[in-house]
Design a binder for this molecule. Sequence first.
Ligand SMILES: Cc1ncc(COP(=O)(O)O)c(C=O)c1O
Length: 386
Amino acid sequence: MKLFDVYPLNNITIERAEGSYVWDASGSRYLDLYGGHAVISIGHTHPHWVRRIEEQLHRIAFYSNSVKIPLQQQLADKLGEVSGKSDYQLFLCNSGAEANENALKLASFHTGRRKIVAFSKAFHGRTSLAVAATDNPAIVAPVNETGNIVFLPYNDEAALADWFAAHGAETAAVIIEAIQGVGGITVATDAFLQTIRPLCTKHGALLIADEVQCGYGRSGRFFCLDTAGVDADIYSMAKGMGNGFPVGGILIAPHITPKHGMLGTTFGGNQLACAAALAVLEVMEQEQLMQAADETGNWLMSELRTLPQLENVRGKGLMIGFDLPPQLKTLRSTLLTQYRIFTGEAKPAVVRLLPALNLPREVAADFLQSLRAAIAQLEASQTIPN
Ligand SMILES: Cc1ncc(COP(=O)(O)O)c(C=O)c1O
C-alpha cells in the first residue's frame, strides 16, 4: 500500500532524539530549532516524561470518558497552577484543530450566534470550522466554505470596531493567534489585543485565544495573551502540551456553563495523554521553562538583530522569526544540509525558530556561529569575480 502523498518531505529519517538534538539513520546529529512544528517543549525524550509515560503504560493506557479518570483532575489542577488560570475549566481532546473546533463550537452554543471573526493570514487547523477560519483558500474544501466566518486585517483596531458596530449582535467569537505562526511570526500589538477584549465583552461575544503554537510557555508567559495583560474566554492548546504525545485541550472561563453531551471525544483525556501532559507541566515548573524561554529568547533575538542581513527579527520568547533577503533565500536548506540545523519556514521568505524551551544558551550560541558562517558562505558564492 502507498502512503497518501500529501507532505513535501526532507530526505532525512530521524531515528533518535535527545534534548535539542536529533540523529538520522546514519548517526549524524542535527540541532533541532523547529521541534516538529513547535511541538517539542521540554526537549526530546526528556527522562521525566519518558518515565511518567512508561509507568502509566504499565498500569492503564486508555479508557474512555465513560468512567472517572482522576488523572484528568490532576492535570486540570496542575494546569491551573502553572497557567495561573485555576478558576477556568478544562476540556481535553487530541490536537490543535480539534481544540479550535471545540472552542468555536462552544462559543456558538454559548452565545446562540453564528458569526466568527478571524484574521488575515490566520491558521487554526484543518477540520471543518477550524479550516474555515483559516485564511488559506488552498486548504479549504468546498464543503468547508461558510458565510459565517469573516476575516479582518490583523492589528487593525478600527476595522474590528467597525465590524462590531455593524454586526456585534450576531458575533459569537473572535479567534486570534497572539503571534501568528504559520502566517509568518506576526506579533499582535498589545493595543490590538487590549481592544478586542472590551469589544467582545460589550457585545456578548467570546474571545478565543488560539495558543496552539504561541502558548504553553513559548512566549515566556504561559499564554501569549498574558504578555498583553488580556484574559480570553477560551484558550486552545496542543503542540507543546504533550511534548510529542498527541494531546490538546481548551481552557474555558468560569462564566461558560457546561451541559452533558455538549462536547465529547473518544480518545481525549485518556490516561496516557494525561500522564504525558502532567510530565510536561512538572518539568516546566521544575526547570522554570517560561523564564528560560523569556531569557534565552530575548538574548537570541538581540544577537540575531546584530546580523544586518536578517530583516525584521521579531517574536516573543522562543517563538522567533526573521525575513530573508533574496540573496539568502536558500539559507534554510543550507543550514539543514550543510550545518545540520532544522529551522521552520513561512512563505514567502520567513525563517521560524521554535526550539525546545530549555535550549541551552551555549547551543543557541553554536547556532549563531553556524548561521553567520552559512550567511557568509551564501554571500561569497554570489560574489561576481572581477
Ligand atoms: C496556531 C495553530 N492553531 C492550530 C493548529 C492546528 O494544530 P494541529 O495540527 O495539531 O491540528 C496549528 C498547527 O500548526 C497552529 O499553528
